[in-house]
Design a protein around this ligand. Structure first.
Ligand code: ADP
Ligand code: MG
Ligand code: ZN
Length: 489
């Protein structure tokens, strides 16, 4: 029988505001800050303290909700989700349950099957927990608690069970990360745990419209773990059904080392959490003015920008993907393109240099795509010089490398490096004459009909010019000189 996988994702993304969700503690980088240095009475849950909603965190959440085309609730309600764990000092997490901030949205994804929207069920605000580190020392096992993360604003984005392949899961997860970065609410540093995934996976006979029994895979902290665990679960469940068994609803973990899912506990139900409205916080009211303010600040969103730039610059799908993956790169490219085009440079040249030479340099120097050390004006001016023939391609590559590592304008570097292209006809003629005089046998071969010798002679002239000669002028001068020799008696 043929099976169809069905996947829904729950994504937890930190909102990287300056202060925490319900207190004034700073949001710090967990990987560098000393443990328990960003903690106060509120996020440590001392008796008698009260939470206060961080308005900026709501702003950020609204950005995401609007970008996901959600309906925003005018009134949403915080709720206590009760459970015990040592990283949760209050014994409950403040979250939203029955009345979330936003619902009924969608995210556009692109796969080899084309473009489609994945429906988003809900987007709600909550707070992150602390972090536990389990230690084995001197035959003792114990756990360390760091509360720096406790109370950091967290957004939970829950999709409908709308995805049907690992490729779609990947597109959704990377698309969401891209969106969060465009919106400036999350750094996207997966290795720092600022975005975490939970995948709900079931399979059903192809063509069926009933959902199969799902499992939930928790704590997926990388795209790789997400993809591999979903792929594994799909295969496992199909095997269970093929063998006549039934998939058990349960919560699983992903064993990175053995690359398989492992049962963690039987699935908890909502009533296990004893949700009830948070008595210490008022309902969250979002009026039209607030929404309008946030909407006005939204940047052009990734999917729209992809479509616009692809059409405007005649990009291939692949180029449009590369150039819009990061907002900083898209901004950079458009700044270079505007200035270069104003100087007559074809946009294709700009595309090739940004996605080719520039990306290669970023790679080689291990720099992030949003950390380009060459100002857009300098790259545009370099491409204009190339276009005018003031320097050739190899020389332009050298100038770009120098702009990248040491900085400076292309004009200045071109002269400092002695790379200004020679187009002077007299100088080029002299090089051509020298080469032809030095290689009479090759000249004879050419005149006898061996056309391919021309390329070899061209190479000799370029060598004599140390690469600086304008290739078009050289080629023409060489042909003319050879034809003159043919005409000679
Ligand atoms: P819970 O809070 O218990 O995890 P939800 O109803 O909020 O349950 O659903 C969580 C996620 O599971 C959603 O992303 C939803 O799309 C997905 N989901 C629900 N049913 C299935 C199913 N049968 N197969 C795959 N995913 C599912
Ligand atoms: Mg869940
Ligand atoms: Zn605090």
């Amino acid at each position: 029988m043929d099976y169809e996988p069905v996947i829904g994702l729950e994504v937890h993304a930190e909102l990287q505001t300056r202060s925490k969700m319900f207190c004034a503690c700073p949001v710090v980088d967990l990987t560098t800050a000393e443990p328990n240095t960003a903690v106060c009475e509120v996020c440590a849950a001392m008796p008698g303290t009260l939470p206060v909603i961080n308005e900026r965190a709501v702003d950020y959440a609204l950005r995401v909700a609007l970008a996901l085309e959600c309906q925003i609730r005018p009134v949403s309600v915080f709720a206590r989700k009760n459970y015990f764990y040592p990283d949760l000092p209050k014994g409950y997490q403040i979250s939203q349950y029955e009345l979330p901030l936003a619902q009924h949205g969608r995210l556009w994804i692109r796969t080899s099957q084309g473009e489609r929207a994945v429906r988003v069920r809900r987007v709600h605000l909550e707070e992150d927990t602390g972090k536990l580190t389990h230690v084995q020392k001197d035959g003792q096992a114990y756990s360390l608690v760091d509360l720096n993360r406790a109370g950091v604003p967290l957004l939970e984005i829950v999709s409908e069970p709308d995805m049907h392949s690992v490729e779609e899961v990947r597109a959704y997860a990377t698309g969401l990360r891209q969106l969060l970065r465009y919106l400036g609410v999350n750094s996207g540093d997966m290795e720092k745990g600022v975005i975490r995934f939970e995948a709900n996976v079931s399979v059903r006979p192809k063509g069926s419209d009933r959902l199969g029994t799902r499992v939930e895979i928790k704590n997926l902290n990388s795209f790789r773990a997400l993809e591999e665990s979903v792929a594994y679960e799909i295969q496992r469940q199909i095997a269970v059904l093929e063998a006549g068994g039934q998939v058990e609803q349960q919560t699983l973990g992903w064993d990175e080392a053995r690359r398989r899912t492992v049962p963690q506990r039987s699935k908890e139900e909502a009533h296990d959490y004893r949700y009830f409205p948070e008595p210490d916080l008022p309902p969250l009211q979002v009026d039209e003015d607030w929404l309008a303010r946030v909407r006005a600040e939204l940047p052009e969103l990734p999917h729209a920008r992809y479509r616009r730039m692809r059409a405007q610059y005649g990009l291939s799908d692949y180029e449009a993907d590369l150039l819009t993956a990061e907002k900083a790169v898209a901004d950079y490219f458009e700044a270079v393109a505007a200035r270069a085009q104003a100087q007559g440079v074809p946009v294709k040249t700009v595309v090739n240099w940004v996605t080719g030479e520039l990306f290669a340099l970023l790679n080689r120097h291990g720099r992030a795509a949003d950390d380009i050390p060459v100002p857009a004006e300098h790259l545009a001016d370099l491409l204009a010089l190339l276009h005018k023939g003031a320097l050739n391609k190899q020389a332009a590559q050298k100038v770009l490398a120098a702009m990248f590592t040491q900085g400076g304008t292309p004009e200045a570097l071109m002269d400092a490096l002695g790379l200004r292209q020679v187009s002077d006809a007299g100088q080029i003629q002299a090089w051509v004459d020298e080469v032809l005089a030095a290689h009479p046998a090759e000249v004879q071969k050419y005149l006898a009909g061996k056309e391919s010798v021309l390329n070899w002679l061209f190479g000799q002239v370029m060598r004599r010019a140390r690469g600086r000669a304008n290739p078009q002028v050289v080629r023409q001068a060489l042909k003319d000189a050879l034809e003159r020799r043919r005409a000679e008696p």
